[in-house]
Design a binder for this molecule. Structure first.
Ligand SMILES: CC(C)(COP(=O)(O)OP(=O)(O)OC[C@H]1O[C@@H](n2cnc3c(N)ncnc32)[C@H](O)[C@@H]1OP(=O)(O)O)[C@@H](O)C(=O)NCCC(=O)NCCS
Length: 190
């Protein structure tokens, strides 16, 4: 089942990053990376067309209290969301509390290991402080970059599913699962 999440009072630090709730003043930074071609498409959404579009989504981020801004040297360069997973795609997880991670990083900062650093910190927070019992993370089959981030953070491919992008295209998506150290996913127990 989906766990309740509220990160509106949470700030997490890593060696290079600060993960903290989004603020209205992040709008320019958000638009700067979200409007670049070839970034959002890998996560199922189209580049933002104008500041107004970014502002609407920024307001959702603030209101929904489940998405971290990723801050690097005082600038927001990405987001990491603790999304609701699709329960009907993983019915055997119904007795356990979980969520799905989703993330995007500015193209200018790819390849420096920043997202694995952010994901590891959020995973630790969710298992050790928020009481979650499993995490899901998905990637389109062709998205090797996200696949690598997930592998490096301990996620393992669990089920291949069909999923819809925000612009209505159906795509094949690998769902990977991570359980706290020493615990096994339901399929491995059966
Ligand atoms: C997926 C993403 C968050 C990875 O973040 P990152 O901080 O660059 O992650 P890493 O530095 O660990 O790099 C991951 C892999 O990307 C590849 N990569 C690195 N830099 C790259 C670049 N400039 N161009 C293309 N691929 C690159 C490498 O294969 C790397 O794997 P390796 O470490 O085994 O060599 C980032 O690519 C991104 O934001 N992509 C667009 C959105 C997206 O795909 N989100 C996930 C949706 S499921």
């Amino acid at each position: 089942m989906n766990a309740e999440i509220d990160i509106s009072q949470v700030t997490l630090e890593t060696e290079r990053l600060r993960l903290r709730p989004w603020r209205e003043s992040d709008l320019e930074d958000f638009y700067e990376y979200a409007s670049v071609d070839g970034v959002g498409q890998m996560a199922g959404w189209l580049p933002h067309k104008d500041l107004e579009e970014s502002e609407k989504i920024l307001q959702l981020f603030i209101g929904e209290k489940k998405t971290f801004a990723i801050e690097y040297e005082g600038k927001v360069i990405g987001s990491l969301g603790i999304e609701r997973y699709e329960e009907e795609k993983l019915p055997e997880f119904a007795p356990l509390k979980g969520r799905e991670l989703g993330f995007v990083l500015s193209k200018n900062f790819w390849g420096r290991g920043l997202m694995p650093e952010a994901v590891r910190r959020v995973v630790r927070y969710l298992f050790e402080e928020a009481g979650l019992e499993f995490l899901v993370c998905g990637h389109y089959v062709e998205n090797q970059q996200s696949c690598r981030v997930q592998e490096k953070c301990g996620f393992r491919h669990y089920r291949l599913v069909k999923t819809k992008t925000s612009y209505g295209e159906e795509k094949d998506c690998w769902l990977s699962v991570l359980c706290p150290r020493g615990e096994k996913a339901p399929e491995e127990i059966i």
